[in-house]
Design a binder for this molecule. Structure first.
Ligand code: SF4
Length: 228
């Protein structure tokens, strides 16, 4: 006779993590600022338009790879009219080493057309106008608003998403939840630079596979390191 089936005891529901205290949150950003007082993007650019092109090219590509391509492209064409004049084929010759270059070339040419026809060749400064450009989503718009125009926005990429969840700075299941959490809770004085600090932390220290906590400047206040 087979043994009577027994029910596995229900797992205790995991309690939501307590919210990080304002003191620890501030300590984290103070430590990041002390380690890197003037953070900046690793993409090379000299105008909002060059930054827009570099950010569009950087999707699923490394900043290093994008810089190698734009170092050749920008001396030849660094305005919407000039890139439009190159056409898709001409532009492709400069960016073919970058992943997804075909669709990126198409989007960039369309974006240049919109910039020339509707914005006088100038990169617009509002989220709505930026997100209306072909190939420009919320994350790209946030980078442009933050880095080119000094707005306190937060572009959440894979690094920031991981760091925000691990540290406890802004736990969230979606990119938008993490973005909103970081914008809501980051002390205003740090918000402008927080985007760069968190990306660099995720890229070089709080790596996906093995975070290097032993050399991390915010370990003392990080949930993951403290076992929270
Ligand atoms: S202490 Fe470790 S887990 Fe926390 S942010 Fe630093 S590297 Fe990441």
């Amino acid at each position: 006779m087979s043994a009577p089936a027994t029910r596995r005891p229900a797992r205790p529901r995991s309690k939501p993590k307590p919210q990080m205290s304002a003191r620890r949150r501030r300590a984290i950003f103070e430590a990041l600022r002390a380690a890197n007082p003037a953070p900046r993007t690793e993409l090379e650019y000299s105008s909002p338009f060059e930054l827009l092109v570099a950010v569009v090219l950087s999707a699923q590509a490394t900043d290093k790879g994008v810089n190698l391509a734009t170092r050749k492209l920008f001396p030849v064409a660094n305005t919407p009219a000039a890139i439009l004049a190159l056409g898709i084929e001409g532009l492709t010759t400069y960016i073919r080493t970058i992943g997804l270059f075909n669709s990126k070339a198409k989007h960039l040419i369309e974006t240049c057309r919109v910039l020339v026809e509707r914005h006088g060749g100038i990169v617009p400064r509002t989220r709505e106008e930026l997100e209306a450009l072909p190939g420009v989503g919320r994350k790209t718009a946030n980078v442009i608003l933050n880095t080119a125009f000094g707005e306190p926005t937060m572009a959440v990429d894979t690094h920031i998403f991981r760091v925000a969840n691990r540290t406890g700075l802004a736990p969230g299941k979606t990119v938008r939840a993490v973005e909103d959490g970081l914008v809501r809770t980051t002390p205003p004085e740090f918000l402008q630079d927080a985007h760069h600090w968190l990306i660099l932390l995720g890229r070089y220290t709080c790596k996906a596979r093995r975070p290097e906590c032993e050399r991390c400047v915010i370990a003392r206040d990080c949930d993951y390191f403290r076992g929270i």
